[in-house]
Design a protein around this ligand. Sequence first.
Ligand SMILES: Cc1cc2nc3c(=O)[nH]c(=O)nc-3n(C[C@H](O)[C@H](O)[C@H](O)COP(=O)(O)OP(=O)(O)OC[C@H]3O[C@@H](n4cnc5c(N)ncnc54)[C@H](O)[C@@H]3O)c2cc1C
Length: 458
Amino acid sequence: MSNRIVVMGGGISGLSAALLLARRGFEVTVLERDQAPPGELAAIGDWHRPGAPQTRQLHTFLGLFRQHLRTHLPDVLEDLLAHGAEEVGIATPSGEAAAGAEDLVVLASRRPTVEWALERALRREPGAEIRYGTSVRRAEVQDGRISGVLVRGGVIDAGVLIDAAGRRSPLRDEFTVLEGDEECGVVYNTRFYRLLDGVPRPPLKRGVTTMVAGDGFGGGLFYHDNRTFAIGIGRLPDDNDLKALREADAFDQVTALFPEFEPWLRDGASEVLTEVVPMAGLRNSLRGLAPEAPLGYGVLGDALCTTDPAFGRGASVAMHQAVMFAEAFAGDPGSLPGLVREVTARAKEWVRPWYDDSVQADFVRTRLWQASVDGHPLPQGAGVPPVSLFSLMEAGEHDPHLWQAAQRVAGLLAPLDSLDTPENRRRLQEVWASGHRPQPPSGPSRADLVEVLAASSR
Ligand SMILES: Cc1cc2nc3c(=O)[nH]c(=O)nc-3n(C[C@H](O)[C@H](O)[C@H](O)COP(=O)(O)OP(=O)(O)OC[C@H]3O[C@@H](n4cnc5c(N)ncnc54)[C@H](O)[C@@H]3O)c2cc1C
């Protein structure tokens, strides 16, 4: 039996897992259906990625992602920073550093830039091989064990197959079962820009992002590498009045309504890099191995779990699971087929609370937005809200302890159940007792957006 590990998919999870495993001495082959990234980072915007269309959407890389890079792949982090990515502190709302909060740092980078750096590092590993333009058609199974994969031109032998092929993995129906599946309830429209040379970077509200909340919609500006940034606006899938957001002119007129975006978009500040790219059909999904899945088959990243991009968790989850695989695989190659099944089960249980949280948060947001769209906005609760990521995030604007507790969880650096402590409850009450309340959206209303969109279509 071959000792080769085949990784199906060269996205964030596949590249990270392959790199970590190659550095532990395993023979790894990554098979990626898309073409290779360009050699020069300057051409990264032209990289055609039909296999991972979300690469054209705005991304933020949370604290956990940056921490794993720092700990396990420091050369990749260094390379990213040397090529225009930035580390940005989030220890306080204003981004100042604070003692004991050195982990509260996020990475500003476009998603393809991260893949570019991971693949550069992988290419330097003697035990690793990456084949682009190579689509896995099916897994080869003998006596209930993985024996290889079929690609055009024949079979590649393998003892282990790690499925990192994303949300549309071709093996998902055969070897995995859905354990949870809920609509995110949002459609995103995103456009990328670059700040022109000499233009100072306008302020960001939180870390690398400035979020805007509306009555029935939401949006954000994400700062990336090399002075690039993206603006995304989310709407309900059935909100046809906002559908025209996917048109460039209409999108530009809407983004111009937000005071937070104005310094970035005003004449002479930035240039447009892309069209408006819509992304619909998003789901929170959690999968587990099917009982009949062959020995030697494992899953990670989006192929195992997807969560609403609004929380920016996907890449961190993918990287964390890659680390889980690599750490478990320290033993001899013969034990890997059994281990891969066990690690997949553990990776699924690790991500489950984040999946549940995304489902719950999407449910609440969808209800709020739908009520606004229907013209009957839900009243704000009068009393102290229960402890949650969002209530602590809001209150954290006035209490650094709550801010850090919320940011640590938002960055996946601490578990969700670390939020509900007697101290956090007491502090939340104190913030409310002092009269601070979450501010209602101050920017344009949905009616303003609808009016602008209707006018732009005339
Ligand atoms: C709108 C949007 C915004 C997002 N924003 C964020 C964010 O801000 N922060 C964050 O952390 N995450 C974000 N995400 C999620 C994040 O992009 C994903 O979680 C992440 O891409 C998962 O990586 P992956 O490697 O598991 O899957 P993918 O990135 O989907 O990679 C899978 C790879 O497998 C390849 N492949 C597929 N089939 C085959 C085959 N048969 N043979 C060979 N190769 C194959 C594909 O071409 C692709 O390269 C966002 C997602 C969306 C949709």
